[in-house]
Design a protein around this ligand. Structure first.
Ligand code: G1P
Length: 294
């Protein structure tokens, strides 16, 4: 069984849900406490044993690549000012991992974005991490999936249960329980089903572990929901060809691409921050007293 060493992270999206904040700034660069959201995603991949990241980018997204690059000018200034700790922090980011950027020239959908990584990924299973989905967990979500893959040897999509009135916002999986914990065999999946048309509430969250056959199927996938080439449609074709599993990950997921989800992520991550956590908790407690329940 081939090890999972590569992760594809699509970052080409326009971030329309977050306008006007994302007019001139990639949504992936919005900050959660002290780091841009994309850094959390990359750190999750690195902590799971991934050795190479492939960003699928588009015009106006160079800030993301720059964030993970070495900035000679900045480093020289910090060195002159003897900012040792800050220099080390920045060096840690640029030394995190090898990054390759591939352009998606037209916004034709998530499936099309993943297809752009075909030549770089080659004939290996790989991870896909979506930048909007932040997962806070003891064992990184990506690592939980790789551990499960080591037992199953097939594609896995991460899922979580959502309220039935939310299913139209997600790819939804129908599956049957397996002997493996928190794992279902995928029977069917549908992208953003119209309300009332689907009995399942198992929603796909932005973590996928995929066999390389997905590329051949993506190349044949025609536009689906919203007129876009949907990853979910190619996944269904893959599930019809070979086994595919849905894994109910352990952890708390935030939709950081949504304004309210982003605020919730900030509060949760800030409360756990090593130095900011305690004073932030104190502030929140007094703010709750003064503002929420005066
Ligand atoms: C994408 C996928 C969808 C999945 C969701 C998870 O949708 O197409 O299947 O459930 O991510 O965040 P998007 O949120 O990009 O519209």
């Amino acid at each position: 069984m081939k090890a999972i060493k590569k992760a594809v992270i699509p970052v080409a999206g326009l971030g329309t849900r977050f306008l006007p904040a994302t007019k001139a700034i990639p949504k992936e660069m919005l900050t959660i406490v002290d780091r841009p959201t994309i850094q959390y995603i990359v750190e999750e991949a690195v902590a799971s044993g991934i050795e190479e990241i492939i960003f699928i980018t588009s015009t106006g997204k160079s800030a993301i690549e720059n964030h993970f690059d070495y900035d000679f000018q900045l480093d020289t200034v910090l060195k002159d000012k003897k900012k040792v700790q800050l220099r080390e922090e920045l060096a840690n980011i640029s030394n995190l991992i090898d990054i390759i950027a591939v352009r998606q020239k037209e916004p034709l959908g998530l499936g099309h974005a993943i297809l752009m990584a075909r030549n770089v990924v080659g004939d290996e299973p790989f991870m896909v991490l979506l930048g909007d989905d932040l997962v806070k967990s003891q064992v990184p979500c990506c690592k939980q999936m790789i551990d499960m893959y080591n037992q199953l040897g097939e594609s896995i999509v991460a899922i979580q249960r959502v309220d039935m009135d939310q299913t139209h916002q997600y790819g939804i999986v129908e599956g049957t329980e397996t002997d493996h914990r928190r794992t279902f065999k995928v029977n069917r999946m549908v992208e953003k089903p119209a309300p009332g048309t689907c009995q399942s509430n198992m929603a796909i969250i932005g973590r996928y572990l995929l066999m390389p056959d997905i590329f051949e199927l993506l190349a044949k996938t025609t536009p689906g929901h919203g007129g876009e080439i949907q990853l979910t449609d190619a996944l269904l074709a893959l599930a019809n060809r070979r086994d595919m599993y849905a894994y109910e990950f352990e952890g708390k997921r935030f939709d950081a691409g949504d304004k309210l989800g982003y605020l919730k992520a900030i509060v949760d991550f800030a409360l756990e921050h090593q130095t900011l956590g305690p004073p932030f908790r104190e502030y929140l407690e007094s703010a709750c007293k003064d503002v929420i329940a005066p």
